[in-house]
Write a new protein. Structure first.
Length: 203
């Protein structure tokens, strides 16, 4: 007989700057890392939790990071109609101890990233700049963006232009371009004078 007492799963919601995304925060570590699913196909391959959520007609995107899940909804649904259903579904799923992400996901994503990065081989002075830009994004930008249920990844540096990818609630968020221009671009220009602008790819 299983005598282990499961600690109850607590879950609450947090607004994100994107009106179409809501953050569902739990008291359990779901995944140490970031997992961004914009379509059911990738979810089917790697995340039973995201697959489960994509079966709901109003789910457009699922982003899993640490102890939260950011859900991006289809714009023709309102949160008041679907929030409780989502909350219960995520809570039940985590409470049952079901698989959040399949093993090997992080390695596979790293491999894809490495392949994408081909052609952006930096040398000498540029390599140093890229290292500095990446460190600044990881140290100052990522933690703030993560609190909003999103993620930002450095993609490339090209003749003064820094290209980043926005994920989770940041993708398609109306205020993300403001954050990008006012906050991130301003900081990088101050810290790394070689930077002329920051542009985002919606991943």
């Amino acid at each position: 007989m299983d005598t282990a007492v499961k600690s109850p799963v607590m879950i609450y919601t947090e607004q994100t700057p994107n009106p179409e995304s809501l953050k569902f925060v739990t008291n359990k570590m779901l995944y140490k890392g970031t997992a961004d699913f914009r379509e059911a196909e990738l979810a089917k391959e790697w995340s039973p939790l995201a697959t489960d959520l994509f079966e709901l007609p109003y789910v457009k995107g699922v982003y899993i990071c640490n102890n939260f899940v950011s859900v991006t909804k289809e714009f023709n649904y309102s949160w008041e109609d679907i929030m409780l259903k989502l909350k219960e579904q995520i809570k039940g799923y985590v409470q049952d101890g079901k698989t959040i992400l399949n093993d090997g996901f992080a390695e596979e994503m790293a491999k894809i990233e490495a392949e994408k990065g081909v052609g952006y081989e930096y040398t000498g002075e540029e390599a140093e700049l890229v290292k500095k830009i990446k460190e600044l994004i990881d140290t100052y930008v990522k933690p703030a963006v993560e609190m909003d249920g999103g993620n930002i990844e450095f993609k490339a540096f090209d003749q003064g232009k820094v290209i980043v990818e926005l994920q989770g609630s940041c993708s398609g968020c109306p205020s993300s371009s403001v954050t990008l221009k006012a906050g991130i671009e301003g900081m990088l220009k101050r810290m790394v004078p070689e930077v002329t602008e920051v542009v985002a790819e919606m991943g």
